[in-house]
Write a protein that binds this ligand. Structure first.
Ligand code: 5GP
Ligand code: MN
Length: 334
C-alpha cells in the first residue's frame, strides 16, 4: 500500500478542480475495466469527474458494467484521448506495469507532466510518481478497494463501484480459483456484496453471454488440442481464416487457454492465434503452481504478465511460432 504520507498527498490531488484520467492496458479484460470503472464511479460519488481511457476496444461481455459507455477508446477517439492526457493533472495507471502495455497512449503518458499513480499487480513496474504494486494480490480491483480503505472513504463505495470491483476480482481470480485468491480477497468480496454487488447477476452477465461464434471457435480449438513434453504442455491454436469463417467477435477467445490446463498432468497451456489484421501471432500462456510463464514469455516471446498467466507475440507465421515454441521446450524446461 502507499505510505501514509503518499495517501495524504494523493488525497490532496483528488479534488473536483483537477483533471483526472484513468488509463488501463491494451486488450482490456475484466480486471482492467472493473478497476478503472470502479475507481471512476468512486470518484464520481466524491463529486470528481474522471475520464477512463483504453487503447483499444473491450469485449461485449463487459459492457453491462455501470458507466462503461463513458470509456474513451483511443482507437476510435484519438483526438479526445490525446486531449484528455494533455490536460490531465493526475493520471491513474491501472493493471499495467509499463508504458509499452498501453500502445499508442504510452508516448503521451511518458510526455505528460501529470502526477502518475500506479496501482497494479504485475511484476517489475516502471517508475511512477506514486506506486502501489503488489504481485501477491490477485486483482487490481482488489487493490482499488484497499486503496479506498486506506483513504478511509468506503462510504463512497455504492452498488455501481461494488459491481465493477467484484467483476474485476471475479474475472482475474478465474472465479475465485487461482492461487493468489486469499482470505482477504473473500473478505473484500463480502464487503462488496454488502454494498450491493449481486454475485449471480454479475457472473451471469459476464460469463453466460456466449455468442454462437465463441462456441463454434471453442469446439474447433478443443477438437485439436495437443500435448507435448509427456503431456505436460498443452498447445492450442486458431488461424485468421478460422476466426473469420466462424464470425469471430472481440472477446470470443477469452479464457480458451485455460482449457489446456484442465487436462490432467499439464503444467503449461499455450494458445496461439493469428492476429486478424497484422502479421503476428498473439500467444497466451497459463501455468500451474511454480511454473513461471512470465519469465518464459519475457525471454522468448517479447511478452510478460504474471507467474501463472502471461502473454506474448511472435512475428512470423502460426506454424513457425508453434514450431519455435516446441523447439524451445526441447532445449529448456519452462
Ligand atoms: P492474456 O493471455 O489473457 O492476454 O494475458 C495474460 C496476462 O499477461 C495479463 O495479465 C496480461 O496483462 C499479460 N500480457 C498479455 N500479453 C502481454 C504482452 O504482450 N506483454 C506483457 N508484458 N504482458 C502481457
Ligand atoms: Mn489484472
Amino acid at each position: 500500500m502507499f505510505s501514509l504520507q503518499e495517501i495524504l498527498d494523493i488525497k490532496k490531488l483528488l479534488s473536483p478542480d483537477k483533471n483526472i484520467v484513468i488509463i488501463t492496458h491494451h486488450n482490456p479484460d475484466g480486471d482492467a475495466i472493473g478497476s478503472s470503472l470502479g475507481l471512476k464511479n468512486f470518484l464520481k460519488n466524491k463529486g470528481i469527474e474522471a475520464t477512463v481511457l483504453v487503447p483499444n476496444d473491450f469485449p461485449k461481455f463487459l459492457k453491462w458494467m455501470p458507466n462503461s459507455k463513458d470509456v474513451v477508446i483511443a482507437d476510435y477517439k484519438r483526438k479526445k484521448a490525446g486531449e484528455a492526457i494533455y490536460h490531465a493533472d493526475v493520471i491513474f495507471c491501472l493493471d499495467f506495469n509499463t508504458a509499452a502495455r498501453i500502445g499508442s497512449l504510452g508516448d503521451w503518458l511518458t510526455k505528460s507532466w501529470a502526477k502518475k499513480i500506479l496501482i497494479d499487480h504485475h511484476q517489475q513496474p516502471d517508475q511512477f510518481d506514486f506506486v502501489y504494486s503488489d504481485t501477491e494480490v490477485p486483482a487490481t480491483s482488489q487493490m482499488i478497494y484497499q486503496f479506498i480503505e486506506a483513504l478511509g472513504e468506503e462510504e463512497f463505495v455504492d452498488k455501481d463501484v461494488a459491481e465493477c470491483l467484484y467483476t474485476g476480482i471475479m474475472t482475474d481470480t478465474g472465479g475465485f480459483r487461482y492461487r493468489s485468491t486469499s482470505a482477504l480477497t473473500h473478505e473484500i468480496i463480502g464487503k462488496l456484496i454488502n454494498k450491493g454487488a449481486d454475485p449471480a447477476m454479475i457472473s451471469s452477465n459476464t460469463w453466460d453471454t456466449n455468442s454462437i461464434s465463441r462456441l463454434h471457435l471453442l469446439a474447433l480449438v478443443l477438437g485439436r488440442v495437443e500435448t507435448v513434453q509427456n503431456g505436460e504442455v498443452a498447445i492450442m491454436s486458431l488461424t485468421r481464416e478460422e476466426l473469420k469463417n466462424l464470425g469471430y467477435q472481440k472477446g470470443d477467445t477469452e479464457g480458451f487457454v485455460n482449457y489446456g490446463l484442465s487436462i490432467k498432468g499439464t503444467k503449461v497451456s499455450a494458445f496461439f492465434t493469428e492476429d486478424l489484421y497484422e502479421d503476428f501471432i498473439k500467444i497466451s500462456f497459463r501455468s500451474k503452481d511454480d511454473t513461471d510463464v512470465n519469465q518464459f514469455s519475457r525471454k522468448y516471446f517479447n511478452g510478460g504478465g504474471h507467474i501463472n498467466a502471461a502473454g506474448g507475440r511472435y512475428d512470423d507465421t502460426l506454424e513457425i511460432a508453434i514450431n519455435e515454441f516446441k523447439q524451445i521446450l526441447e532445449k529448456e524446461n519452462i
